[in-house]
Write a protein that binds this ligand. Structure first.
Ligand code: AFP
Length: 330
């Protein structure tokens, strides 16, 4: 098989920002290091939970913190970033002066998405998003991170599953790379990923059904009615409780992923975070021909109000998301 490694891909890609070559290389290395920690978790006794809670008020897994620290250390050394922000840190991380003095970008990430699955040996992942640092800013504040998803220069995820994959976009489509454990290279295995325009598979946490708003109730009920119902086709359901795995499945075979704001999450604004979950995933989905909405607007158009702001997420196959939108307008 004619193997194109990530390094060769980056060499030949026409990068709008040359620094992307170094930033993506460092991100790939950090994800490989996290993959090793996840794969060895049970052997290293790091599969447990900590007493501490993160800014989300969620119990932290040991591997959440280990992954977070690995991502910080292995990405700051390249000198590309003026600042970083993570699901696991209340405030932006101030990169040591010697690394950030020429940094022109901001790195936002969820170091271990789906971590409540990690001791179950189910797929987890890392989600990342790169923004430009506002000109002249060397010590970025929260407000400097609060840019719409349309401003991203790179977005992607690593999936620690049956194989370790890196899936990313720099605005020229979505490309997937599989880690060759023998060579240590990420190899291009999924060039120009495209989401099927139509689908019959939805992903939602059905246990929350009683708290959903009426449009979501109606849409899911119509999906469940199948070929005898108004949608005229049978649907299948999946729920991994790991957004990275759900989005990867949708990139491979289509479908929709839904995490609505519901009666229990309305006060918090929803479950999923805008800056380092919804925005990177929304750009990937759109670059692969799908759609990503919060039920009212394109996720990438949302002007963020807070670093850990939460948002409703409906993303996936174009025709299905367009159909779903009609339920919100009814
Ligand atoms: P964790 O990282 O705390 O496991 O949360 C994962 C997640 O943010 C996202 O990846 C899943 O789609 C969603 O939460 C799962 O939510 P439920 O636990 O309500 O199913």
């Amino acid at each position: 098989m004619n193997k194109t490694t990530l390094a060769e891909f980056l060499t030949h890609a026409e990068l709008a920002e040359p620094a992307l070559r170094g930033m993506i290389t460092d991100i790939a290395q950090a994800c490989k290091a996290i993959a090793v920690q996840v794969n060895k978790g049970s052997l290293l006794g790091t599969m447990g939970s900590l007493e501490a809670q993160n800014v989300q008020g969620e119990t932290q897994k040991q591997l959440d913190v280990i992954s977070n620290d690995l991502f910080l250390q292995m990405n700051q050394q390249g000198g590309h970033y003026a600042g970083m922000a993570s699901e696991e840190m209340d405030e932006p991380y101030l990169i040591p002066e010697r690394y950030r003095q020429h940094g022109r970008y901001l790195l936002l990430f969820d170091p271990l998405d789906g971590s409540s699955n990690v001791n179950l040996n189910l797929s987890v992942g890392t989600i990342f998003s790169i923004l430009r640092c506002p000109h002249g800013i060397s010590e970025p504040l929260v407000m400097d991170f609060l840019q719409p998803g349309s401003a991203q220069v790179c977005a992607g995820y690593a999936l620690y599953g049956s194989s370790t994959m890196l899936v990313l976009t720099i605005g020229q489509g979505v490309h997937g790379f599989t880690l060759d454990q023998d060579s240590g290279d990420f190899v291009l295995t999924h060039a120009t990923m495209q989401i099927a325009a139509s689908s019959n598979e939805f992903a939602i946490n059905m246990a929350r059904q009683r708290w959903w708003d009426a449009p979501v109730q109606r849409y899911i009920a119509d999906c469940q009615a199948g070929s005898e119902g108004p949608l005229g086709k049978d649907y299948n359901m999946r729920w991994v409780a790991s957004m990275v795995a759900e989005v990867h499945r949708i990139l491979i075979r289509g479908g929709v992923f839904m995490y609505p704001v519901d009666a229990r999450t309305r006060e918090a604004g929803g479950r999923l975070r805008l800056m380092y979950e919804a925005n990177p995933m929304a750009w990937l989905v759109e670059q692969a021909g799908g759609l990503a909405s919060d039920g009212q607007q394109r996720i990438l158009d949302i002007t963020p109000q807070g670093l850990h702001q939460r948002v409703a997420v409906y993303l996936g196959s174009r025709e299905e998301i367009q159909r779903m939108a009609t339920y919100f307008k009814a």
